[in-house]
Design a protein around this ligand. Structure first.
Ligand code: SF4
Length: 423
């Protein structure tokens, strides 16, 4: 008897299978390092010392290296360096050229292709730095760049001009000058430590910095931006967590792009941070063939919540030089947001943003939910495409004149959901 299952139903069940598989927490495994004693494998300093940093190592561990990766790895000595922890390397599927983990950390020759609209400093950080290593772009907060080193290097890094110090940028943050600037600017109430990765510092060195910042009366709030829990979960030791919890309110933003990065090791490391009372958020970058897919993105944001991490931002990939092979379009980002909002828990939905090229700061971009608006009514559509009216005619004194302060969208006769499909 012939099967009555349609191709569409087949596709849906394949998506469901993939979704359920992506939602599983699995250990990264030992791979080539099965002979290494647990004590060493779980030691973050051993992981750092044994990173894959050369073409010879990479070829030995991954005979399936493509010609594009081979050529890209040779060139990575003269630009953003290559480094991959053994732990993270084990997440790569060597049989899959398009493995989403592989695309993030293995250089490709396409990194040498540049377009006229790409930039080495796409967010204009250098032009907003009153002292080297301190970016003061928003009124009440600063970005404090503490190091140029990371546990591994992301091929789309917006700071690839300075991280890994391979391009001769000569990054030497001067903590005394940075802290002095913060001390002399009472409007700064929020300091974000980033880099490079601040959690690569020893506990003592990091504590010394946090202590100095905490001693400034107008600094209300400290944040750390880090990808260490993803690249090197071994670094999240009980000692580090005990130190960090002394400096509350302290938030941590992690950076995870794909649900396969959320292993049992990462889940446990994040639990240690959460147990230290540290609120956790995640920043993802929208990347082509990595997470530009609704099944993948839904699994990622739901899995993050299971790790007590709030998906915070989804970034449109910055126009960093040599990243076009990794950039997905804004249309795709809007389509993903449309597929998340209302379809899953509100806490799981990040804010999609474009960091305005040249230094304009983060600008939220959203699918259109307001179909028309004037002083008496707002016409909206919900996640299912159903249209509703919110009437304000009963309000005696409107707070604004719509025509002066707000654009008025002309709704068409047919209030259908905007077609966001590529085309
Ligand atoms: S961890 Fe962050 S700073 Fe380091 S290479 Fe990746 S994106 Fe850049």
């Amino acid at each position: 008897m012939q099967s009555e299952i349609s191709p569409v139903a087949d596709e849906e069940s394949a998506d469901l299978l993939e979704f359920n598989s992506l939602k599983q927490f699995r250990p990264a495994g030992r791979g080539f390092w099965s002979h290494v004693p647990d004590e060493q494998w779980n030691d973050w300093r051993w992981q750092l010392k044994n990173r894959i940093t050369s073409l010879e190592q990479l070829e030995r561990l991954m005979p399936t290296l493509t010609p594009e990766e081979h050529a890209g790895t040779i060139l990575s000595n003269t630009k953003l360096a290559m480094a991959i922890t053994p732990y993270f390397f084990n997440l790569i599927d060597p049989a899959d050229e398009n493995c989403p983990i592989r695309r993030q950390v293995i250089p490709r020759i396409e990194e040498t292709h540049t377009a006229s609209w790409e930039m080495s400093d796409p967010c204009g950080e250098d032009s907003h730095s009153p002292v080297p290593g301190l970016v003061h772009r928003y009124p009440d907060r600063v970005l404090f760049l503490v190091t140029d080193r990371c546990a591994a290097y992301c091929r789309y890094c917006t700071r690839s001009r300075l991280v890994s110090n391979a391009t001769g940028y000569d990054f030497h943050p001067e903590f005394d000058r940075q802290i002095e600037y913060i001390r002399n600017h009472p409007e700064i109430r929020d300091v974000l430590l980033s880099g490079g990765d601040p959690l690569l510092f020893s506990d003592d060195k990091l504590e010394n910095l946090l202590k100095q910042l905490r001693a400034i009366p107008h600094v209300e709030f400290l944040r750390i931006g880090t990808r260490i829990p993803i690249f090197l979960p071994q670094r999240i030791t009980p000692e580090l967590c005990a130190m960090l919890k002394k400096y509350h309110p302290l938030f941590i933003s992690i950076h995870s792009n794909h649900p396969r990065e959320l292993t049992t090791e990462v889940r446990d490391a994040l639990a240690r941070l959460a147990e230290a009372g540290i609120p956790l958020g995640n920043q993802s970058v929208l990347l082509k063939h990595v997470n530009d897919d609704l099944t993948v993105m839904r699994a990622l944001v739901q899995k993050l919540l299971m790790c007590r991490v709030k998906p915070y931002y989804l970034y449109q990939c910055d126009l960093i030089t040599g990243s076009s092979h990794l950039r997905a379009g804004v249309r795709k980002g809007l389509e993903l947001m449309d597929g998340l909002r209302g379809h899953t828990t509100g806490y799981a939905v990040p804010q999609y943003v474009i960091d305005a090229p040249g230094g304009g700061g983060k600008v939220p971009v959203n699918p259109e939910y307001v179909l028309s608006r004037n002083r008496d009514r707002t016409v909206i559509r919900n996640f299912e495409g159903k249209v509703f009216e919110y009437i304000e005619g009963a309000v005696a004194a409107p707070a604004y004149k719509a025509s002066e302060n707000f654009p008025v969208y002309k709704a068409s006769e047919d209030f259908s959901v905007p077609n966001l499909a590529p085309g």
